[in-house]
Write a protein that binds this ligand. Structure first.
Ligand SMILES: [Zn+2]
Length: 440
């Protein structure tokens, strides 16, 4: 019951939050952390798990069952079950503190993204360079803020990226860019610097307590990469390959700036704007001319078509399921023979109650009940796409299109998951989880 309610609550807190939910989260997060510690640090329970674990290979368990007991055993160890005396209390307190800090961190970022910054334009000349659909979206955003006749730009990607890509006014580009990158770093009530310091210190303490060299060692242990050194190797390889390419791009962009007779060095808030100019000049590709072909509904239907061609599955929109917001759609996903796989929710548009980015999660994972009956998964994808305006449907950029396919890959992973136990069904290492999304 608790898992069921928590996953619904925390999913909604990401997708459609409000002050009341934030306050509830602050109240229940330490309780949940305490509850989890009570289970993980229960000595009698751990003794039983250890007994099953030690005899796992000689007690007739099948492969899935062996995997499940290995996972549980490791969970308990990683959460301090092998600790003694005062160390157990220390860990309990660290976990509680960390859960509160990460909550505050997220709430601050949300406030700094959606409430504390807006670029309000009342001079039409400052809109020079922007495509018509972007201007309409900004007018609508201003209207919703009771600033009719003006144009508003915020720090959601849907609002910010087009402005940084097309707006000719360099000072305003800088203002918006700084607004985004200074989130949580403006001093005052929503500043995250102290929170980060505390989190780093507490994570280091927790790692030390559990016998790891660093927090990174603690985290990576569960993953396929296995050690922080492997991760560093990957990053260096990527860096070596990417740096010369980035330098060529900077050279191309600076050339355009110089040819325009302007006297400045390429700054971060120029990157989108001049990258777009390079694209036009070098490849004759105009992103805004691509957009009309990428109407949200068409991209969605294309995505379902691809899944049908690849996997034979079908999607049918349902109108008889209660939804948490009017922007949300839900689809029934079925096999070629008509049997039910699960439900798939889509929550498209950017709004103030939603955190930034795009993600896939589930209201319920796939598993089986005690009688062996399949529990159908409820997968959901949340994105921050531009809402339609009165004149224009929601048009996606190429980036947003691949983002939707990417998140859809995660959703298919959740929908196709077929395991007996929810500890292992669909639960994979963090650095494996991107495989299905990359395939899509
Ligand atoms: Zn992903």
């Amino acid at each position: 019951m608790l898992d069921k309610v928590s996953s619904v609550f925390y999913n909604l807190k990401s997708a459609d939050s409000n002050e009341e939910m934030q306050n509830i989260a602050k109240e229940v997060s330490p309780l949940l952390s305490e509850h989890s510690s009570n289970i993980m640090l229960n000595e009698d329970l751990f003794k039983r798990i250890e007994t099953v674990y030690n005899k796992r290979n000689e007690s007739g368990l099948d492969d899935q069952q062996i995997r499940v007991i290995e996972k549980y055993y490791r969970d308990f160890i990683r959460n301090g079950a092998a600790l003694e005396g005062k160390d157990r209390d220390k860990l309990r307190q660290l976990n509680k503190d960390l859960s509160m800090l990460s909550l505050e961190f997220g709430d601050n970022v949300l406030a700094e993204t959606n409430e504390n910054f807006v670029l309000l334009i009342d001079n039409k000349e400052d809109l020079a360079g922007l495509p018509e659909s972007v201007i309409e979206g900004a007018a609508e955003k201003a209207k919703n803020m009771d600033e009719e006749g003006k144009w508003a730009f915020g720090l959601s990607r849907a609002s910010m990226t087009p402005f940084l890509t097309y707006a000719e006014n360099r000072d305003l580009r800088e203002k918006l860019y700084r607004g985004y990158f200074m989130r949580g770093d403006n001093g005052g009530e929503y500043d995250n610097k102290e929170i980060i310091k505390k989190m780093v210190a507490k994570r280091a303490k927790k790692a030390e307590l559990l016998g790891y060299e660093t927090h990174a060692d603690y985290i990576i242990e569960k993953n396929m990469a296995d050690s922080p050194d492997t991760v560093d190797d990957f990053l260096i390889k990527l860096w070596d390959a990417a740096l010369p390419v980035a330098k060529t791009e900077v050279y191309d962009m600076q050339k355009i700036i110089d040819n325009e007779g302007k006297d400045f060095k390429l700054a971060p808030w120029d990157w989108w704007y001049y990258a777009e100019k390079v694209r036009k000049q070098k490849y004759d590709l105009d992103e805004s001319q691509l957009k009309p072909y990428l109407k949200l509904e068409n991209v969605r239907d294309g995505m379902f078509w691809v899944a049908n061609q690849l996997y034979g599955i079908n999607f049918e929109k349902l109108d008889n399921i209660p939804l948490y917001h009017e922007d949300v759609e839900v689809y029934e996903v079925t096999e070629a023979d008509g049997s039910l796989i699960g439900l798939f929710y889509l929550d498209y548009y950017t709004r103030d109650s939603k955190r930034g980015g795009a993600w896939c999660t589930s209201f319920r994972g796939a598993s089986y009940d005690e009688e062996g009956k399949r529990i159908h998964p409820l997968a959901t994808v949340v994105t921050n796409f531009p809402p339609p305006t009165e004149e224009t449907p929601s048009l996606l950029s190429w980036d947003q299109t691949t983002t939707l396919f990417h998140e859809f890959g995660h959703a298919l992973h959740g929908l196709f998951t077929d395991g007996k136990y929810d500890r292992t069904a669909g639960v994979v290492p963090r650095d494996y989880v991107e495989l299905p999304s990359q395939i899509m």
